[in-house]
Design a protein around this ligand. Sequence first.
Ligand code: ZN
Ligand code: MN
Length: 491
Amino acid sequence: MNTATFSIQPLIGLEIHVQLATRTKMFCGCRLEFGAEPNSRVCPVCLGLPGALPVINKEAIRLAMKMGLALNCQVAEFTKWDRKSYYYPDLPKNYQISQYDLPLASNGWFEFEVGGKMKKVRIRRAHLEEDAGKNLHEHPEVTQVDLNRAGTPLLEVVTEPDLHSAEEACVFCTELQRLAAYLGISEGVMKKGQMRFEPNINVIIHDDGKEYVTPICEVKNLNSFRAVQGAVDYEINRQIETWQNDRSYTFEEQSKENRGWNDDRKETVFQRGKEEEHDYRYFPDPDLVPVVIDQTLLSSVKAEMPELPQARRARLVEECGLSARDALQIVDDRASADLFDAAVAAGASGKVLGKQFINFWAKHANNRECSIADLGVDAARMAELANMTADGKVNATAAAAISDKMLESSDRPSVIAKAGGLEQVQDTAAIEAMVDDAIAANPKAVETVRQRGKKWEKSLGFLQGQVMQKSKGSASPQVVRQILEKKLDVS
Ligand code: ZN
Ligand code: MN
């Protein structure tokens, strides 16, 4: 596309639905269980039978408050429930219980890193609602409905349109998933539909001193980061192209439309035109009492807040001297980050441990498709290996080899090193003997070094290599170098 004659700025806002990890549903006692026999986790309330009365799940309120606090929102002292009406086969009551004008949390912000820069996004609101059931299309001739999911507590987070690229949108979604897992409010497993994304996208175009704004397109129900990236990118390009062909393709003329994402063809498809709030006929749910959040509840939820990923990363950079990139990887999941902290508390050098987390612990975890915390290596053993490396008792190669063995046995790394002959030889007498052998076996190189001949430093390196080889990598390279320099009179 040729955009040389005009300038563009994409505006992207996100609506993100997160299923909360409560034991039971939002307004009834049915268990939340993914993959259970269809329609086996239902009751008169979530089936929408006449006369059944909903009861608020307090745990869902606490979890939602945590996300609100983590997103720097104001948590409402008073909120209520509203019915959002629409007619859909997977919605047995023909309305969804949601929060309309008084969301649980509002006016927040969230800051995260993207492309090496800090990015701040305003959070418009975060409110609680219930999920719908699921239509199943397993048989060609019928559509079936599974209502196990109906009534699952959902937290809907809505941002202001402060994101300006598919990458920014995608990274924000990733950060929100990590945050939810850190807070313990949701596993955020995409394959189970625990997180769904709906980006609102339009583009401001400046051309020839005039400003054009394309219609806002909401892409419904994306369930992976890749789909978010693809849909936003596609929409930005599509909207600009459409506007190029038809200058009336603007917000003023067409305002809003809903689109779907075709993951096979990697394109969005028109679903329906604008939908206004009055179409939903929101009104307060007469069956539910309002929610009052007092100071006692607020402070008890605040007391349960963990250190959040951002703060934790900054602390690791500051206290352990890790690079921002390494800190990002270590903080990725909370259990592994807790293990890291425990190993540092057990005396490990944070810097060396950080390297080992990246160099081999993360790789082991990757190979086993688990987190570092699930490798079965405790903080004390990790700390010991890090310290053996820091003290020069083992070199980096040996440390990696020892880590392999630590997965199979519960032996301490020092025991494994000894048994496998992986310790570095610090014993100078032994190294001296090997240096003498190398000097005797390589008279030409020795001569070059002694005479400071052409490239004598290279010859010195060669001799050092010979000794290292002889020691099968177990000699400390620094000690070898020192002895060589002394014997050849170059120090
Ligand atoms: Zn139920
Ligand atoms: Mn919603």
